[in-house]
Design a protein around this ligand. Structure first.
Ligand SMILES: [Fe+2]
Length: 360
């Protein structure tokens, strides 16, 4: 096992553990982890991100074994609403957002602080042909890189994320659901909560810090309040909590802009343009029929009910990109992030890319 300490001057903030030559098999990794548990822990404590590279990790089950070796308390239930599938007792697929779209930066389950996992683990047995980097966002400086007025607002307010689910699975005209050539189906609340009992749904939401509102057409809106900045549970360091700009109607379009500026590919610009037109169309429709806003698949407001403006979201996404290091995957890589200190996302990609995740 070789340990590569991050170098600030190289803009490298990831603590990397690499296999020694001729000791790259899976058993060597488990031995190394057993003998160097302290290095992994201190890497996470000091840098918030650890990469394990160069070992022969090929399957979700092996990834699970590594995960359990470091975090014996891995979760076997994922409480969030992201589209992912379980592939082993403690392992899920990464979110199945189409490859041509970017996923804005966020921390996992930031909208539901009581359920937020302290650590998130990623594993990639197959990397993209091009693109597909994981932006790793250092959340410490996100707030200070915002305009003064927005900093003030974010320091003294919480955000409320609103999820809408219809009573039956259906396609929604919503920019978040765009999937070439039309829109993907959104699950019903009965499927999401695995019950038709409204009382049970209310209890589950309440336990996760949410408040339910039933609509006349049997649809459901759940509000989750979250702080925008908070203290790290161990280090007590104050940082941005990792709000997901995807929740705002302009968020995906703005992130696509930054992704296209970075990738400089025709496809990225076309995706940005499409997202812009859909978002604009959706907003125009809501101006004509104001009650449509209730049926956004996702929405977000400040706690006092005021909206985040386009420019608020633009500055937040810009600050994420400013504080990002793009991680390029190699086959078999495992990345562990302190989910209170480091956000993550995904850039558009081509080819086949497989990423699995686990949570402690
Ligand atoms: Fe995520």
């Amino acid at each position: 096992m070789k340990i590569i300490e991050p170098h600030k001057e190289l803009n490298q903030s990831l603590f990397m553990i690499t296999a020694k030559q001729n000791c790259t098999d899976f058993d060597s990794l488990i031995d190394d982890l057993n003998n160097h548990q302290y290095e992994v822990e201190s890497g996470l404590r000091n840098y918030g991100a650890v990469v394990i590279r160069g070992y022969e990790v090929k399957t979700p089950e092996q990834f699970q074994q590594v995960g359990l070796n470091i975090f014996p308390d891995l979760r076997n239930q994922y409480p969030g609403g992201a589209p992912r599938y379980k592939v082993a007792e403690y392992v899920w697929t990464a979110s199945s957002v189409p490859s041509y779209r970017s996923i804005c930066g966020h921390t996992e389950l930031s909208y539901s602080p009581s359920e937020q996992p302290p650590y998130i683990l990623f594993f990639s047995p197959q990397v993209a042909t091009s693109g597909g980097e994981t932006p790793i966002i250092n959340l410490k400086s996100v707030l200070s890189d915002l305009p003064e007025q927005l900093q003030q607002k974010c320091s003294h307010s919480r955000l409320v994320t609103k999820f809408f689910w219809a009573s039956t699975q259906k396609k929604l005209f919503d920019v978040r659901s765009w999937k070439w050539p039309w829109f993907s189906s959104r699950k019903s609340w009965k499927i999401v909560f695995k019950t038709e009992d409204k009382g049970l749904v209310e209890t589950k939401c309440f336990d996760a810090g949410g408040q339910t509102e039933w609509l006349a057409n049997d649809g459901l809106i759940v509000d989750y309040p979250m702080p925008i900045i908070g203290a790290h549970p161990i280090t007590k360091e104050i940082a941005w909590t990792g709000w997901f700009p995807w929740f705002h109607i302009w968020g995906v379009c703005i992130d696509a802009w930054f992704a296209a500026k970075y990738q400089r590919k025709l496809r990225s610009w076309l995706v940005f343009l499409t997202l812009f037109l859909i978002t604009f169309g959706q907003i125009c429709l809501e101006k004509l029929i104001p009650e449509r806003r209730k049926y956004r698949s996702l929405d977000v407001v400040f706690e006092d009910g005021s909206d985040l403006s386009f420019w608020d979201v633009y500055h937040i996404v810009k600050s994420y990109w400013k504080n990002t290091e793009l991680f390029s995957w190699q086959e078999g890589d495992i990345v562990i992030l302190d989910n209170y200190r480091m956000g993550h996302g995904r850039l558009p990609f081509t080819g086949e890319r497989k990423v699995y995740i686990a949570f402690s």
